[in-house]
Design a protein around this ligand. Structure first.
Ligand SMILES: [Zn+2]
Length: 497
């Protein structure tokens, strides 16, 4: 299966490389770096790990910059020792935007591609840094061998910093067609930002009350490629919070993903919106592979196991996760004392969900065994998750908090990126900025992205299997009605544009 390719790096790596590649004398320069692979279902990403600065005599910068064989070998051997590959990076000091490959650029990368792959077992990655706007462009030399070695251009390059910067190959992922329906949004942050945001592939994990709202808002803002992941069915007790779902959806035992897709498409403003659905759990191996295809993830699940997987991949695979939740404090006699909702972006440079106490790892083991939802276990004195309380009018506040984090992290209003963890206290109506709280012994915020070498947290997920089983084993008449209703909805969206 041919996969899309991409490159991702942290803001710290971007700054270190910029320092090496953009010279005071305005000449082109080059260097090597190591990378590790992150393999999704449809995308392969090279995660840059460490720049390898040249030593004196390692390269010649007069005219077209060139490197010595010793430098290439040193870089490839360093990469092999860490189980990674090697990237060759160079600058175009006067360039801006995604850079085309000149003949000499192509020949230089091609001449090292075979050697790099022979030593590391992984394809050479080529990157170009444009000096004027510091935009990256990239390719994987992953096809053919010997003289026939060929490159696959990347769809994008992502820099994960206090804001997410994404550089696009306009040929492979063109700017979405302007529909005139996003005029007010474009007026708020300009055409360039809109062209970036609307091309990002965004995953919403969990489409309960919060996830459904988030998915609908993303589609309404013009995003062209949203994936919704959930395995639950719509039930009667969901209806106070699943805005758009109705009694008919309960009668048809519709999966929540179908309702979310219908509502997202109904509100989408892109000319050709794609809302994909997945009935996997992110705790399952193929669910994780789906997640790895995305540029940004919204965590709208309350299950500790799923949150643990997302918490980890924000660091191991450099896919930022926007996470949040609500806690309701109820008095013994049943009245409400307080409610707090939190939101934060999980990414390198920010504390993880465990450090901010948004994830209790002791519950993850119970969740992997399916015990958090098991009535017999809870009745026998086991711990219930305690995360299921919610108040219908408040879930929109959690969605709003996540979306505000998303806008700050994507657009950086006034130059401020993501604000760090926030907590809103309902009783006093105060917003708290929660300070940096990473534990020095945190296991989840490693200094290097490890990609496919990550500790495997996935496994057989009995809760997801039960959910899918319920969808599959509905009576035939229900499945028929579900299919007809889905087709009618589909026709409605197609004719709406
Ligand atoms: Zn941590």
């Amino acid at each position: 299966m041919s996969r899309e390719t991409s490159v991702a790096m942290t803001g710290a790596t971007h700054r270190a490389l910029r320092q090496l590649l953009l010279r005071g004398d305005g000449q082109e320069d080059l260097c090597f770096a190591t990378y590790r692979a992150s393999t999704g279902r449809a995308r392969r990403t090279a995660l840059l790990v460490q720049p390898i600065p040249p030593r004196p005599g390692d390269r010649d910068v007069h005219g077209n910059a060139t490197v010595t064989g010793d430098y290439v070998l040193r870089a490839a051997n360093e990469a092999r020792q860490m189980g990674g590959g090697v990237a060759l990076l160079h600058s175009h000091p006067a360039g801006s935007g995604w850079q085309p490959m000149s003949g000499p650029d192509r020949d230089a990368e091609r001449s090292y591609a075979n050697l790099a792959r022979e030593i590391t077992g992984l394809p050479l990655i080529g990157l170009t840094l444009a000096g004027r706007d510091q935009a990256w462009s990239a390719r994987h030399w992953d096809r053919g061998v010997g003289r026939e070695v060929e490159r696959t251009d990347c769809v994008n390059v992502r820099v994960v910093d206090d804001r997410l910067r994404v550089f696009w190959h306009d040929g492979l992922r063109p700017e979405p067609r302007d529909t005139g329906r996003q005029l007010r949004t474009v007026a708020a942050w300009g055409h360039g930002t809109q062209a970036d945001l609307t091309r990002r592939r965004v995953l919403v994990v969990g489409v309960g009350s919060v996830g459904l709202d988030v998915a609908v808002r993303l589609a309404a803002s013009g995003l062209t490629d949203v994936t919704i992941m959930d395995f639950d069915l719509v039930e009667e007790h969901n209806l106070d919070r699943l805005i758009g779902a109705g009694p008919r959806d309960v009668r048809l035992r519709l999966p929540k993903t179908h309702v979310a897709r219908r509502e997202a498409l109904r509100n989408a403003t892109a000319a050709d919106p794609r809302v994909r659905i997945s009935d996997r759990s992110v705790c399952e191996r193929d669910g994780l592979a789906v997640a790895l295809d995305h540029d940004l993830i919204f965590s709208c699940v309350d299950r500790p196991w799923a949150r643990a997987v997302l918490n980890s991949l924000a660091y191991t695979d450099l896919i930022p996760v926007i996470d949040g939740g609500i806690a309701i404090d109820t008095r013994e006699e049943g009245s409400m004392r307080n409610a707090t909702w939190r939101s934060h972006v999980v990414r390198p440079g920010r504390p993880c969900m465990v450090c901010t106490r948004q994830l209790d790892m002791s519950l993850v083991a119970l969740d992997t065994q399916g015990l958090l939802d098991d009535p017999a276990y809870i009745a026998g004195g086991g711990r219930a998750s305690g995360l299921r309380q919610n108040v219908a009018p408040l879930s929109v506040n959690v969605a709003a908090a996540l979306l505000a984090q998303y806008v700050s992290f994507s657009v950086a209003p006034g130059g401020f990126g993501d604000p760090g963890p926030l907590q809103y206290v309902l009783s006093t109506h105060e917003l708290h900025h929660l300070g940096p709280s990473s534990s020095p012994s945190c296991m989840y915020e490693p200094s290097e992205p490890v990609g496919d070498q990550r500790a495997d947290l996935t496994g057989k997920d009995p809760v997801a299997e039960r959910g899918r089983h319920r969808a599959r084993t509905s009576p035939l008449i229900l499945r028929l009605r579900r299919s007809i209703s889905g087709r009618l909805d589909e026709r409605h969206w197609r004719t709406a544009f």
